[in-house]
Design a protein. Sequence first.
Lengths: 296, 393
Amino acid sequence: MNQNEKSAPETLLSDWMKTTAEFWGSVTKMWLGVPGASESLTQSEEAIKSRIQESWESTLKMWQSIFLTLREPGGMDVFFKGINAVPEIVLRMAKTGWDGYFHLQQQWLERVGRIGQRTEVYKFEDLDQNVFKAWTEIYEKEFKQFLTVPQLGLTRYYQERMGVTMDKFNLFQAAMAEFFRMLFLPMEKAYRVIQEKIGELTKEGKLPEDPKEYYHMWLKILEGHYIILFKSPEYTRVLSNTLDVMEEFLVARQRMLQDMIQTLPVPSDRDMEDLYKELYLLKKKVKEIEKRVDKV
Amino acid sequence: MESPKIPVDLILAKLSEEAEKVQERVKKASDVLLGPLDTEIATTPYEIVYQEDRVKLKHYKPIAEIQFKTPLLVVYALINRETMLDLQPGRSVVQSFLNAGIDLYMIDWGYPTRKDKYLTIDDHVNGYMDNIVDFVLQKHNLPRLHLMGICMGGTFCVIYSALHPEKVKTLVTTVAPTNFDTDQGLLHIWMKDVDVDRMVDTFGNMPGDLMNFGFLLLNPARLMIDKYVGFLEIMDNKELVENFIRMEKWIFDSPDVPGETFRQFVKDCYQKNLLIQSKMDVGGRLVDLRKITMPVLNIYGRFDHLVPPGACELLTSKVGSKDTEDVCIETGHIGIYVSSKCQKEFAPKIIKWLKERDDLVKEDFIAPKKERGKTKAHLKRPKKVVIESGDEP
């Protein structure tokens, strides 16, 4: 086919583009020529108008030049080739997206797999004693990272403090659960021991007739188990850890609240602490001086 | 072989009998609990004669003719409140002292707020306490007074007496910890591992409720279960219910402890045990126990789980006084003040001991020069008395 011989759709598009370019050109000229359009405008309004006009004219010029380029012989061929390439690009973009998604999903599956491995280490048939250790380790190795991802941008510190608070809260919850679980252990043991004791008394035919005696027996056993527990290094460790994580959570929460308070017209904790310290030192000085004066 | 007999019939009979009793008790209890109850504590009349910041000085109105030349100043701990000494008529150390004709003053430490968190032991002992002692001495135109300390307040009194011996005529310490290097009490074991810096930096003042929770954990079986089971058994008895509620009111009335004071107390006392070694620094001055040359009466409870005997009984062997006495009462930390049996022994013992020393002048109890500086163990065999008392509340 001759280069000058154009196909029907190509001619049609070319004519439409020409008409469109001419139409918008005429409209612009008409607008600019409307009597009173530029009258009774203040100086600043005039400045805004001329900026809009300039912008409109430059857009129109660009549009017209694109149309004119496309109307050049062979221009439409290139345009249609470009159009043909679109599905390929879209597919490529979609593939990249899917790859990322599958990779993420694979990572999650691996993570879940590791969770399984970790719980295995602690043998969940001994669920009661190890579940808290297991959960804390799973949390620290697999979930905590999401809360400590480096934050970006202007609000990064605020987001970071929010993340830290959530992280400390989770650790605090786990520690509290372990602590209370430990406090409950003597109850379980005392219950088992009293059952055994009743069994023995039954065999010996020495079962007490007064139900209160069973309670006192149980209480004594319970007290004994608590004393053993409280003297154990394991309890001291758990107690100390619970206090530590509680304090860490309270500090983190306080920092986050400080951020919120900053926006309110109230003094922050830090402001008050400084004030109290100054007040304390001042009072101490005044009292000393007062005593010296009294002696004089 | 004949199998042992289980007295099921007897057990069931007892159970049904008990169920009937419980039903009857619950009926009466609703009348008692819904009716008017007198649960006021610390009702003995007093007036506030001195106040500095949150700290007040109570002066109890005499109910008998004053029999003592020297007034008695009682210093309570910063933990819980001094109202424990005046829980109810008939069970009031305050009233026993007043009946004996003692001119009685007592420090009310008040409720520390956040602005008090920087107050140290120095501020309490060389500040508030010293100002109060000066006030009382000036009011009575006397050089010295009788000083009595309770628990942590006793520790404060020991520090005060070592730093200001010229103002103290006699020293009475009751359940006052001075030796912290003991494994007898759980508190002593736990405190060794506590990260007190982190705690104080986090909380500011040490929350009273948190400390109370810690005290409950020392014996949860008794303090969190049996105590309330016991209440179910007495809830139809108005008088016993009133007493129980009074005790509950006192126990859970827990002011916070100023942060810096708590920090120093845990570090220097519980963790380093400096006081009993005469190595503790308070306000830039060394607390030398050998400077405690006035008569010392040291009372403690054999079954005290908070301040066990091991934490108290070393004191008399470390002070410089030649007139010392240890009294071990067969009771616990609180029972020493509130149990009805101890009321007949604890306060009378202090009254008698003070009376015997009320007329003494300073020279009577200062050790001869050649003996000064030695510990009491070198001077005289410590006198130890054991008083038996059973009814721990």
